[in-house]
Ligand binder design. Structure first.
Ligand code: GAP
Length: 479
């Protein structure tokens, strides 16, 4: 991960936030290339979810909604983590993470039965703070920072960021920054049905910022307190929910493969009963094998009719769909594929990173799918004279209408290729002396480093063919 984090800073993908003031822990800003990468991720998601289909429409709901939304959804009462403090070190931990960490240490020490017994008590203890506290004391769990067991009681900590709307800070002005975009979709169910005349089954898709006061953010941009989500709520007849749950698990898994993620690092994992959120009847995670282990990329859940019923009850407004053919009201079930944009962008970065021997040097290359790469094609004049810069600018201007482009004039061609490899640009075009005679250019491929002569007029078509046919090459191990 260190190499990727350093490349991200150096080349302008991701910067530590508030850096000139010493930083704001676990918070990041996306730089010029990072913002392009995220835009590609969002475009690819929107293309697959909205533009390529007739049964899903988009929405962009507010971040700050009525606090009653979060009471109805269960987030005010239930969206919390159990915390415990160590009085000696003044460190705060998630109590369940402490137990899991201790179990992992026992397992590593060969005490498998003891580890299993400890984990078996965890689900029940999570429902009862006193029991969780007892479990930590009885297992003799020590604070990793101080080595003491000087623990406070376990307390519940709500993950929603609280703020106040308007000039007065009182209990009447409390509002929350949304912890998921999904609720904005549920509360607009009737508006969308009436405006867009949607019929079951149909979906509402949304991309936007969410906020969670995470206790243990970390692993670069994997878990942060402010992040973008890409969520789609698929409304269907209750009896069809199992069919659509299976469909969306498969569709979403394929989306990552279609965009070049290595299949051997991707898996779909069904949640165990005790992992399910309070609203879910079934859930599966698309997981990726990061350098720090297998972790969730996206969750696909069967949320049943829980949310629509909760909002109907709390608001007094019926949230259902009228089936004119059968002359009946249906409260739809909801299948939800919920992904994180920052986490997906980070996955593309991690997955694309490659090093290979090139002569005496090591070539660093990001093997992004051409549809995900921040820059699709870079154009170089071989030298900064004899009309080559002008010709390169003309070609770049033409390509810019269809592709994301860059132009580079300085340093040797070899250095310029390396710089583009390092940011994942799949194609480079070089304008040289022959270009001025016969209007052909060199088209160089990032992955194979092969070069071909192509007529400048045919460049766009040649790029289209290559992008459509792109396949990730087998990585050669670094010698
Ligand atoms: N509406 C359902 C929901 O929000 P979730 O599993 O809590 O489900 C969905 O979040 C996705 O949002 C996750 O799979 C992850 O990609 C992303 N996500 C959640 N919390 C995050 C965080 N703190 N930092 C970055 N991404 C996060």
């Amino acid at each position: 991960m260190d190499k990727i984090v350093s490349l991200c800073k150096r080349r302008g993908f991701v910067f530590p936030a508030s850096e000139i003031y010493g930083g704001q822990g676990s918070t990041y800003d996306w730089g010029p290339l990072g913002v392009e990468l995220k835009r590609r991720v969002k475009d690819a998601w929107w293309e697959s979810m909205v533009y390529s289909r007739r049964d899903i429409v988009g929405l962009d709901s507010a971040i700050i909604q009525s606090p009653r939304v979060w009471e109805a959804s269960g987030h005010v009462g239930g969206f919390s983590d159990p915390l415990i403090d160590n009085k000696t070190s003044k460190q705060r931990y998630r109590a369940d993470h402490l137990v899991e960490g201790h179990a992992a240490a026992l397992r590593a020490a060969g005490k498998v039965a003891e580890a299993d017994a400890l984990l078996a008590r965890l689900p029940a203890a999570l429902a009862d703070h006193a029991a969780l506290h007892r479990l930590i004391l009885e297992a003799g769990i020590k604070d990793p920072a101080s080595g003491t067991a000087d623990w406070t009681e376990v307390r519940q900590f709500n993950l929603m960021f609280k703020t106040h709307v308007g000039p007065l800070e009182s209990s009447a002005s409390v509002a929350y920054l949304r912890p998921e975009t999904a609720q904005g979709i549920f509360i607009n169910f009737n508006n969308v049905v009436n405006a867009a005349r949607t019929k079951l089954p149909f979906g509402i898709a949304q991309i936007g910022k969410s906020f969670r006061n995470e206790i243990t953010p970390g692993n670069f941009v994997f878990r942060t307190r402010e992040f973008e989500q890409m969520e789609m709520e698929w409304f269907c007849r209750p009896e069809e929910a199992p069919k659509w749950f299976a469909y969306w698990k498969e569709r979403r898994f394929q989306w990552y493969l279609e965009h070049g993620i290595r299949p051997e690092r991707l898996r779909l994992r069904a949640h165990a009963e005790d992992e399910l959120a309070h609203y879910a009847d079934g859930c599966a995670d698309v997981e990726y094998e990061f350098p720090f282990g297998w972790s969730e990329l996206e969750g696909i859940a069967n949320r049943t009719d829980y949310d629509l019923k909760q909002h109907a009850e709390h608001s007094g407004e019926a949230l259902c769909w009228f089936d004119q053919e059968r002359n009946e009201k249906v409260v739809p079930y909801v299948i939800e594929p919920a992904a994180g944009c920052d986490r997906t962008a980070m996955t593309f970065l991690v997955d694309a990173y490659d090093e290979e021997k090139d002569g005496d040097e090591t070539r660093v290359v990001l093997r992004f799918h051409p549809r995900i790469a921040p820059v699709t094609v870079a154009v170089f004049p071989l030298v900064k004279k004899e009309g080559m810069p002008e010709k390169a600018a003309e070609i770049e201007r033409e390509l810019r209408r269809r592709f994301r482009t860059a132009i580079e004039e300085n340093q040797s061609i070899g250095r310029r290729y390396r710089r583009q490899d390092e940011i994942g640009t799949p194609y480079c075009v070089t304008v040289d002396g022959d270009t001025l005679k016969d209007d052909t250019v060199t088209l160089r491929d990032r992955d194979s480093m092969s070069q071909e002569r192509v007529a400048a007029a045919d460049l766009a078509a040649a790029l289209d063919v290559r992008i459509a046919a792109w396949k990730r090459p087998q990585a050669a191990p670094v010698a």
